[in-house]
Design a protein around this ligand. Structure first.
Ligand code: CMP
Length: 136
């Protein structure tokens, strides 16, 4: 059955800083994702606050937004069958310590904050997050 979806992926500052973006992009390609859109950007703290608004009430919100705006990131539109779920599987658990072998966060993540990648958690949020970065 054809259930091709688009999802948003972000390669976070810790990974871009270590020049891992090409290696991480290859991980997606190896799992059948197509990178349909891509840009390297450096967002402001205000933009990060808007992007992570769903986490507004969390104790880690301020640090999270400071972190995402601390350096360049690579944002991508990824496409494949069941892209939202398959991307989450490939990323692994939020905390790299809990992530399974072979996942991106297990391989490259440093900590729960510096966990190298973000991915949309639902199809609905994927649309919102893709619009956030790619709608002019
Ligand atoms: P991400 O998938 O980008 O979504 C929100 C981010 O908050 C998450 O990855 C983590 O990097 C970060 N974060 C920091 N502390 C926590 C926490 N205690 N629980 C969940 N996410 C956290």
């Amino acid at each position: 059955m054809n259930n091709v979806e688009q999802t948003l992926s972000i390669i976070k500052p810790d990974a871009v800083e270590r020049n891992l973006q090409d290696e991480i992009k290859q991980e997606f390609i190896n799992k059948g994702f197509e990178i349909q859109k891509e840009k390297k950007i450096h967002i402001s703290k205000q933009e990060a606050e808007q992007f992570y608004k769903v986490h507004e009430t969390k104790p880690f919100y301020n640090e999270l937004c400071s972190y995402l705006s601390s350096g360049p990131i690579v944002v991508m539109e990824l496409s494949r069958e069941n892209a939202v779920l398959e991307n989450r599987k490939l990323m692994g658990a939020t905390n790299p310590e809990d992530a399974e072998e072979g996942t991106i966060r297990k391989k490259y993540g440093i900590s729960i904050d510096k966990n190298s990648v973000h991915g949309s958690d639902s199809l609905e949020n994927a649309k919102i997050e893709l619009d956030f970065f790619f709608k002019n």
